[in-house]
Write a protein that binds this ligand. Structure first.
Ligand SMILES: [Fe+2]
Length: 574
């Protein structure tokens, strides 16, 4: 059973921190109350020598074009990872035999299947690249005696990669690769897939059901400088500079949106065809999906609708961060053959927030704060939201994975487009075309959103995008995307009871139990972890109210009274 999981970036406060995760290891061991000597094994989520083999082979194939790029490619892709066994061994003082390795796509597959409440499922993992594999299909099975197995049947290998195809367009459209893929998906809704035939020239389906890229259009396999070739630019036109605003009223802006819509459509078509063939081959109703491409909620919903699978399971961390959990589960269930048991169906595996730390921070900063009991806290927060205040909400254990699912979230009323614009302008500092997501109690989700069979499950961790029912769109303007959809989170009470109560309380007063839910961070920063990060974000942004556990701090309307000495009041019931 998992005990703890946390991403290094949340502790080091460096977004996408690729350093050796000493802080994360230290916190997990502390949380478990053990030292490294008590570990049976440390599992690394990919095989560095295979990755080295891929980088070296690719460089040799592209020689002499690639010889300048090779050292950089080594540094970018591997860093210290080739020597990882020695590193882990020396950092943790463990014998080298205790350091185990899983393959990258095995880790993705394990993170998808071994965390899902299903006995038998097909598995599809898709990402940029690990060692060699970029797409794998397979089967997962739990037997009644507790034995679990994961069999990967086939794989598609680098440089033929759906993730890298999408990332190439991400770079072409001027966004940061590995971060900006969300933006491409958001921008796609504003465009029309007018360039779909051009994109199809880049990727061809093969007779065996796989696909291959036409490498004439790409350079990611030969250089680290640019992922697309001049032929790509001949086909699609001038790339967008990262500093150039996207003006959707202009012809150039529309061309970029059309590019995004076209690559999104080809991605969806390709994934649906692979998934459909896998469904026909296995005859199973359930599909578990992993890899960074499984973060594409629009594609996931298409797969649910069109592949024949009845249920899709996508873990809260399908990307590479989740590989750590997958690798550990793989070693436990399959290498050590420990009996399988279902993993709790949530993402709250990180450090818990300390409300008393917020009390201290607020007092030192002369800000008024209240310590409230649950019912008063819920009622006050619902009132704040009704009054149009933006609430930073920290509760319990930090989420593992990129999505804030109610423990480190910013909430706001979802009704007006002004609220969306205010959040973009005063808090998230981001492009106007990026939508915000709603959260709704699962039992009433269907009233507001068109959820197909299996849709509520896909929406558990915000992994799908579904239409907002037309009659509610005007009243849910802040979370309804330009195409009428939303990346909804359907909340079961047992997963986050306090948030569920907040939604009910807000719903009783506003008539609609739906809140806008966006991750609690500013642009370019990792999601907040401790009260101090929540407080600093609150002070630096347009957040009006901050809640950490049972402590509430509100910004005062005027700074004239700032110098008054503030004490923290406790509610009578609290
Ligand atoms: Fe990956």
């Amino acid at each position: 059973m998992p005990i703890a999981a946390v991403q290094e970036e949340r502790l080091s406060r460096r977004k996408n921190d690729a350093a050796f995760p000493l802080l994360a290891i230290e916190w997990c061991l502390d949380h478990a109350g053990i030292g490294p000597e008590a570990l049976d094994a440390v599992v690394f989520y990919e095989r560095p020598m295979l990755k080295f083999d891929r980088i070296l082979t690719s460089a040799l194939r592209a020689f002499p074009r690639s010889w300048r790029a090779f050292p950089q490619a080594m540094r970018n892709s591997l860093g210290d990872k080739v020597w990882v066994r020695g590193l882990i061994s020396s950092y943790l003082g463990l014998p080298r035999r205790k350091i185990l390795f899983t393959e990258h796509h095995q880790s993705h597959a394990a993170a998808a299947f071994l965390t899902s409440p299903t006995q038998r499922a097909a598995i599809l993992t898709t990402d940029g690249v690990g060692e060699w594999a970029t797409t794998s299909v397979g089967l997962g099975e739990r037997r009644p005696n507790g034995a679990a197995s994961i069999t990967l049947l086939r794989e598609i290998r680098f440089p033929h990669s759906l993730g890298l195809l999408y990332s190439t367009f991400t770079a072409y459209l001027g966004f940061a690769v590995n971060e900006g893929e969300y933006k491409v998906m958001g921008l796609a809704s504003y465009g029309r897939p007018t360039l779909v035939n051009e994109v199809r020239r880049l990727i061809r389906r093969t007779a065996d059901g796989a696909f291959c890229l036409d490498l004439e259009y790409f350079e990611f396999h030969t250089t680290t400088r640019r992922s697309y070739s001049s032929r790509f630019v001949d086909l699609f036109g001038r790339p967008r500079s990262p500093y150039e605003p996207i003006d959707l009223e202009s012809a150039e802006g529309r061309r970029f949106a059309d590019c995004a819509a076209s690559v999104q459509q080809v991605l969806e078509e390709t994934l649906v065809e692979i998934a459909r063939a896998l469904h026909q081959e296995t005859g199973l109703p359930d599909l578990c999906m992993g890899g960074g491409v499984a973060l594409n909620g629009v594609a996931n919903s298409r797969i649910l609708a069109d592949s024949g699978f009845e249920r899709l399971f996508i873990p809260p961390a399908p990307g590479d961060a989740g590989c750590a959990l997958g690798a550990a589960l793989y070693a436990d269930r399959i290498h050590f053959k420990n009996p399988d048991c279902l993993v709790p169906d949530h993402s709250f595996w990180g450090p818990a927030v300390d409300g008393s730390a917020l009390v201290k921070l607020a007092q030192e900063d002369h800000q008024p704060c209240d310590e409230l009991d649950d019912s008063e806290l819920i009622a006050r927060t619902a009132g704040d939201l009704i009054a149009g205040r933006i609430v930073g909400w920290m509760e319990g254990a930090l989420e593992f994975g990129p999505r804030a699912l109610g423990h480190r979230s910013i909430f706001a009323a979802p009704h007006s487009s002004e609220m969306r614009d205010r959040l973009n302008r005063d808090i998230k500092y981001r492009e106007e075309f990026r939508p915000f997501a709603p959260v709704v109690p699962i039992e009433v989700a269907d009233r507001y959103f068109e959820l197909p069979p299996g849709g509520a499950r896909l929406a558990r961790f915000m992994s799908g995008v579904f239409p907002v029912r037309p009659e509610w769109r005007a009243r849910l303007a802040a979370i309804t995307h330009v195409d009428g959809t939303a990346r909804v989170q359907t909340l079961e009470q047992s997963m986050a009871p306090r948030l569920h109560a907040l939604l009910e309380s807000y719903g009783r007063r506003s008539g609609i139990p739906v809140l806008l839910n966006t991750s609690f961070n500013l642009a370019g920063e990792p999601i907040v972890n401790r009260a101090v990060e929540g407080y600093s974000t609150f002070r630096r942004s347009g957040i009006d109210v901050l809640v950490a556990d049972r402590t509430r701090v509100a910004k005062r309307a005027s700074s004239a009274t700032q110098k008054e000495k503030i004490t923290c009041s406790k509610s009578a019931a609290g």
